[in-house]
Design a protein around this ligand. Structure first.
Ligand SMILES: Nc1ncnc2c1ncn2[C@@H]1O[C@H](COP(=O)(O)OP(=O)(O)O)[C@@H](O)[C@H]1O
Ligand SMILES: [Mg+2]
Length: 301
């Protein structure tokens, strides 16, 4: 599309219709405010305002959603089938559906960033079905031998630290595995030096725009939602390179990258395609939406 200089760039923000909380509403408001500051006409919609036909591969916006002159879509969503259908129709999504999918599963992220970012030793836990579960947990012995105790168990789909567990013994590991049986999960070396402490770097395009250190003295997980506190962090070159390499490796435009501190240098923890950024704004005074909309304008105009 060719833009007339007088014509404001128009975009659609697509959020999840069913994930509603004070926190998500706050994020959407920050995004809409940021767009306004950047002179972008951004309209809020949800994934339920669209109708995806898997037989034709196409998507229809429900009548009240006029897609005319849409220059980009800010896809704050994990509904990747909708995302791919929109991409097939020619829309540029920030982030792309495939990149969001790669971030959504912690196992897929690790697989894709292998050889690109240093990570803690990570083992995929054998998959089972949620109608069957585990009737034999003897495989756990090999994981314990490989990683040592304690080690971390993570559900591949999870956020805010809620699906991350610490197994300090074989019995505990088996108890956790029974509790989450049927869910896709992985086991990971516990990085003791980073206990209750990590680095969140927010990348837009090819640079880190803001970084904070998160700490929780009462929990090995440093997530702010779980009670962690945050302070501005002066990111080191090596950490910045890792965060940018992770974003590039997954094909993202922007993301919140979690990095663990270790005696052997930074280790990638996970990458969040739809990271909250209120905590980062409070800790650093930097509103990442400015860089985000600048990146979008540079890409589509
Ligand atoms: N291998 C690890 N060793 C030590 N701490 C970890 C490890 N993995 C995760 N953590 C801690 O747990 C937190 C949550 O883990 P993360 O993988 O980021 O999941 P979530 O998506 O729930 O944020 C991290 O921010 C970090 O503080
Ligand atoms: Mg995290």
């Amino acid at each position: 599309m060719v833009y007339n200089v007088c014509m404001a760039l128009k975009g659609i923000l697509i959020v999840n219709a069913f994930l509603r909380s004070k926190q998500t509403d706050d994020t959407y408001e920050l995004l809409l405010d940021g767009a306004k500051r950047a002179g972008i006409d951004l309209r809020l919609t949800t994934n339920a305002d669209f109708f995806v036909s898997l037989d034709t591969g196409l998507v229809k916006a429900l009548p009240e959603n006029d897609m005319k002159d849409t220059g980009f879509i800010l896809f704050w969503n994990k509904d990747v089938f909708l995302g791919r259908a929109l991409e097939r129709m020619g829309y540029r999504l920030f982030n792309s559906a495939d990149a969001i999918e790669a971030c959504d599963s912690k196992a897929l992220t690790s697989e894709m960033l292998q050889g690109i970012c240093a990570m803690p030793r990570t083992v995929k836990i054998p998959m089972t079905f949620n109608t069957i579960g585990y009737d034999d947990l003897s495989f756990e012995e090999h994981i314990g031998k490989e990683l040592g105790y304690p080690y971390i168990i993570k559900e591949c789909l999870g956020s805010y630290g809620g699906q991350v567990y610490l197994a300090d013994s074989s019995d505990k590991a088996r108890e956790i595995l029974k509790m989450i049986e049927g869910k896709d999960c992985l086991a990971q070396q516990y990085i003791r030096e980073s206990s209750g402490r990590d680095l969140r770097a927010y990348v837009v395009g090819d640079r880190v725009v803001a970084a904070m250190e998160r700490n929780n003295a009462d929990d090995f997980r440093s997530n702010i939602t779980g009670g962690g506190s945050a302070i501005k962090y002066d990111i080191k070159k090596e950490q910045e390179q890792m965060a940018v390499a992770a974003v590039k490796g997954l094909g993202l435009d922007f993301a919140g990258v979690d990095i663990l501190f270790s005696d052997d240098g930074p280790l990638l923890c996970e990458v969040n395609s739809n990271a909250q950024f209120r905590g980062l704004l409070e800790a650093t005074g930097i509103n990442i939406t400015d860089a985000l909309f600048e990146h979008i304008k540079m890409t589509v105009l």
